[in-house]
Design a protein around this ligand. Structure first.
Ligand SMILES: *Cc1c(COP(=O)(O)O)cnc(C)c1O
Length: 386
């Protein structure tokens, strides 16, 4: 399917709403029926139509059609956060006594789920270095039900060979879930590589304007129906019609925004690599990246997020660098129009800072859509005065 068709037309039925170019926000909690039979049909299976907006909603459905098509998936569900998408995809596929194999250090709130919540219900998790396929083979137990992936990881950018992991899991009847927030479906399509569920935080590039929190799951119609009937309806964590409308609007410009961010990121990586205060730059599509070949093979693009290590001794120098930035904001998240920075040392108690630990000297930069020179000059004035 043509990407322009998906973004501009798919799912939109303008003649049904006065030929308005922008779709309406169907801001309603419930839907009325003329026939008892029609009501009965939805009581039997709410995934078949509009009954109540905790389930399906027409504005949300326009978005679902577009996102599923972008992922090359049969179906998708949209949640009120990426974290609730993670929660639903995992919970729907485990029961007491089951086991999960997860890549090391997935997204923080996936870790909380695996470490704190699931053990209370008898579900255990083994973390592995996902860069080697043999580690998956070794960690799989007879009761393993899920392999949880995040490729690239949003801090270390560690990748997994998605085709190889999917093949291994399929042969043993294990469900694979892959967090694809870094790439978006434009730069990587896990479902097309055999992964059962592709997951992304739509808060990042899909929303794209730092004004909405949302999450997406894509996969087979059967899997999405299963999640809809259990976790989605029970937790009531679907996206609201207004936020769905914001994401439809975000999608209109996703290709151009990614293009701009990709160009900017290239320029920023090249600049940082030459600066004497920068020890190294970590970016999947840079030749120095340890898994560069795999990154080129399975990701159609890489952009926005990168990390670099400052060549400094004292924590004060890192703090001074961050606080000197004039335009790049110090804030969590990424994928919006604005460049952002987070120092690794912010997650270390000040007296535990250790310059010999690279992660303590690490900075994660999100390159936004400002002009590349504007971002580089801001980095330069802060680096040169650190
Ligand atoms: C932000 C993020 C999430 C969680 O998404 P929210 O929308 O913040 O709940 C999950 N995975 C990754 C890699 C993320 O960056």
């Amino acid at each position: 399917m043509d990407i322009s068709y998906i973004i501009n037309e798919l799912g939109e039925e303008r003649e049904q709403y006065f030929n308005a170019v922008a779709p309406p926000i169907i801001q309603t909690s419930n839907f009325a029926f003329k026939k008892v039979d029609d009501l009965r049909r939805l009581f039997e299976d709410e995934y078949n139509g509009y009954l109540y907006s905790r389930g399906l909603n027409p504005t949300v459905d326009i978005l679902r059609k577009k996102l599923a098509a972008l992922d090359g998936a049969e179906d998708c569900l949209v949640f009120n956060s990426g974290a609730s998408a993670i929660f639903a995809s995992v919970l729907a596929n485990v029961k007491s006594g089951d086991h999960i194999v997860s890549v090391a250090k997935p997204y923080t709130w996936a870790q909380k789920l695996f470490n704190i919540i699931l053990p209370r219900f008898g579900v255990s998790t083994t973390y592995i270095d996902g860069t080697q396929i043999e580690n998956f083979e070794r960690a799989i137990l007879p009761n393993t039900k899920i392999i949880y992936l995040e490729s690239p990881n949003s801090w270390s950018y560690a990748l997994q060979d998605l085709k190889a992991v999917a093949e291994l899991a399929k042969a043993q009847g294990i469900i694979t879930i892959c967090d694809n927030s870094y790439c978006t479906p434009l730069y990587q399509k896990p479902v097309c590589m055999g992964i059962d569920i592709a997951l992304q935080s739509a808060t990042k590039y899909i929303g794209g304007h730092s004004d909405v929190v949302a999450g997406v799951l894509s996969g087979s119609h059967e899997m999405m129906a299963k999640i809809f009937h259990s976790e989605y309806l029970t937790a009531g964590n679907g996206i609201t019609p207004f936020n769905a409308w914001l994401l439809i609007r975000g999608l209109r410009t996703l290709p151009v925004r990614l293009q701009k961010v990709t160009e900017n990121t290239k320029a920023v990586v090249a600049y940082l690599k030459t600066h004497p205060k920068v020890e190294a730059v970590l970016f999947p599509h840079d030749e120095s990246f340890p898994q560069y070949h795999l990154a080129r093979q399975q990701m159609m693009g890489a952009c926005g997020l990168l990390s670099f290590y400052l060549k400094v001794e004292k924590i004060d120098e890192i703090e001074r660098f961050c606080e000197r930035l004039q335009h790049i904001l110090m804030a969590v998240s990424w994928g919006g129009y604005e460049s952002l920075i987070i120092p690794g040392c912010a997650s270390v108690p000040k007296n535990a800072y250790d310059a010999s630990k690279k992660t303590h000297r690490m900075l994660r930069l999100y390159v936004g859509q400002e002009e590349a020179d504007y971002i580089i000059q801001d980095l330069a004035q802060a680096l040169n005065n650190t």
